[in-house]
Design a protein around this ligand. Structure first.
Ligand SMILES: NC(=O)c1ccc[n+]([C@@H]2O[C@H](COP(=O)([O-])OP(=O)(O)OC[C@H]3O[C@@H](n4cnc5c(N)ncnc54)[C@H](OP(=O)(O)O)[C@@H]3O)[C@@H](O)[C@H]2O)c1
Length: 360
C-alpha cells in the first residue's frame, strides 16, 4: 500500500524503465532527494540486469523484466530505453492510463506530445492528449533554459551553435568504448603525430565495431547521429526541431554543427545568438545570474570559464565566455556546459514527473 499525502490522497506509484542504463542509473542517484513525492517505486530493464538489486537511498529494489506485469499499479512511468523499443512500451503503458515520460527520440516532434522543460514550459505538462510527455535531447537541454531567458529579454531571431558532446550521450556503450580506447593508447607518447595512427591502433586492438564513426580518444568527431540529407545529421536537425518546439518559435533559423569529444559526461555548446533588439552583455549576464538552474562562471581576466570536467555531476547549466562582436550589437556569443545525464536527462524527467504527480 502506497503512503498517503498530507491531503489524505494516495501518493502516485513511479516506474523507471531502463533503470540500469547510463541515464537510468542517474535517475536512481537523483531520486532519493525527491523520494517523498512517490508511493512505491519500481525498476525494470532488459534481461541482462533482471534480478539484480539496485539501491535507491535506503531502499533495495529488485530489477524486474520489462513486460505487461511491470505496469500493474503504476501511475507514472519514466522510460530510459533505446528508441527501437521505447515506442511500443510507452504506447502500451499510456493505453493503460499511466502517464509516460519518454526520453527517446520517438515522440519528441509529435504535435500531440508536449516536450517539457520545467523551467521553460511547465504548463505543457497538462496538455498531454495521449498521456505521453517527451523529454528533450541532452544537447538541447544544455542550452535551452539559457536561451529561454535571453529570448524573454531580447527576442531571439536566429541561432548558430556548435556542440561538444560527451561519450555518455551514447549510453553505457559510449562510455565503455572511450575508456577501452584510452586503455589501448595508454603510455604511447608518439600517438597522434602520424596520420591515422590512433585509428590503426584502436581498430587493431579493439576491432572496427564501435558506437562512434571514428576513434574518439585523442580525437574529435564532427558527425553525431546519422545522415538525414543535404549534409545534416539527425542530431543537428534534432537541435533545430526541439529548440523551435520548446521555445514555441516554429520558424526560428537554427544552424547546428554537432561534434563528439573525448569527454566522459557533460555536453558543451557554443552559441552565437541574434536578437530582435540590441543586447547589452552586462544586462544579459545579470539576467543569467538571476535565472534558476543557471550558474555564470565568466571572468576573462582570471581567467574563469566552465569546462565539462569541472562541472560533471552538477545540476545547473554553467555559462561563460559572454561577449559581443564590436559591430554586432544585436548578437551575443557564449559557451555553456551541462551534465547530459543529470539535467540533460534524469533530473529533467524527475522534475517533469513531479509536475505530473502534482497534477494527478
Ligand atoms: N545518454 C544520454 O545522454 C541521453 C540523453 C538523453 C536521452 N537519452 C535517451 O535515453 C534512453 C536511454 O539511454 P542510455 O544512454 O541510458 O542508454 P544505455 O546506457 O544503453 O541503457 C539502456 C537501458 O535500456 C535497457 N534496455 C535495452 N534494451 C532493452 C529492451 N529490449 N527491453 C527493455 N529494456 C532494454 C537496458 O537494460 P539492460 O541494462 O538490462 O541492458 C538499460 O537499462 C535512449 O532512448 C537515449 O536515446 C540518452
Amino acid at each position: 500500500m502506497a503512503p498517503t499525502t498530507p491531503r489524505g490522497g494516495r501518493r502516485p506509484n513511479l516506474g523507471i524503465v531502463g533503470g540500469t542504463g547510463a541515464v537510468g542509473r542517474v535517475v536512481l542517484q537523483v531520486l532519493p532527494m525527491r523520494r517523498h513525492v512517490w508511493g512505491a517505486v519500481s525498476v525494470a530493464a532488459a534481461s541482462e540486469d533482471v534480478g539484480h538489486v539496485v539501491r535507491v537511498g535506503d531502499e533495495d529494489l529488485t530489477v524486474a523484466p520489462v513486460g505487461p506485469d511491470f505496469f500493474d499499479d503504476l501511475d507514472v512511468a519514466i522510460f530510459d530505453i533505446p528508441p527501437g523499443i521505447a515506442g511500443e512500451w510507452v504506447e502500451h503503458a499510456a493505453a493503460r492510463g499511466i502517464v509516460c515520460i519518454d526520453n527517446s527520440t520517438v515522440f519528441r516532434t509529435a504535435s500531440d506530445v508536449p516536450l517539457v522543460v520545467p523551467e521553460v514550459n511547465p504548463h505543457k505538462v497538462g496538455d498531454r492528449p495521449r498521456g505521453i510527455i517527451a523529454n528533450p535531447g541532452a544537447t538541447v537541454m544544455t542550452m535551452i533554459d539559457v536561451l529561454a531567458v535571453l529570448h524573454g529579454g531580447w527576442e531571439l531571431q536566429s541561432l548558430v551553435v556548435t556542440t561538444f558532446q560527451a561519450a555518455s550521450g551514447l549510453g553505457r556503450a559510449g562510455i565503455a568504448r572511450l575508456h577501452d580506447e584510452l586503455d589501448v593508447i595508454h603510455g604511447d607518447r608518439e600517438l597522434g603525430t602520424r596520420p591515422g595512427d590512433v585509428r590503426r591502433l584502436v581498430e587493431h586492438e579493439l576491432g572496427v565495431a564501435s558506437p562512434f564513426p571514428a576513434p574518439l580518444a585523442l580525437n574529435i568527431i564532427p558527425f553525431v547521429g546519422h545522415h538525414v540529407g543535404a549534409g545534416w545529421t539527425s542530431e543537428e536537425t534534432k537541435v533545430r526541431d526541439e529548440t523551435r518546439k520548446i521555445l514555441d518559435l516554429p520558424d526560428l533559423p537554427v544552424s547546428a554543427t554537432c561534434v563528439r569529444v573525448p569527454v566522459v559526461s557533460t555536453h558543451s555548446v557554443t552559441v552565437h545568438a541574434t536578437f530582435g533588439r540590441r543586447i547589452d552583455v552586462a544586462q544579459a549576464r545579470q539576467a543569467l545570474v538571476e535565472a534558476p538552474g543557471v550558474v555564470v562562471l565568466d571572468d576573462p581576466d582570471e581567467p574563469e570559464f566552465p569546462t565539462p570536467n569541472d562541472v560533471v555531476g552538477a545540476d545547473p547549466r554553467f555559462v561563460g565566455r559572454l561577449r559581443q562582436g564590436e559591430d554586432a550589437p544585436t548578437t551575443l556569443d557564449l559557451f555553456i556546459c551541462g551534465d547530459n545525464l543529470r539535467k540533460g536527462a534524469a533530473l529533467n524527467m524527475l522534475q517533469t514527473a513531479e509536475l505530473v504527480a502534482a497534477d494527478l
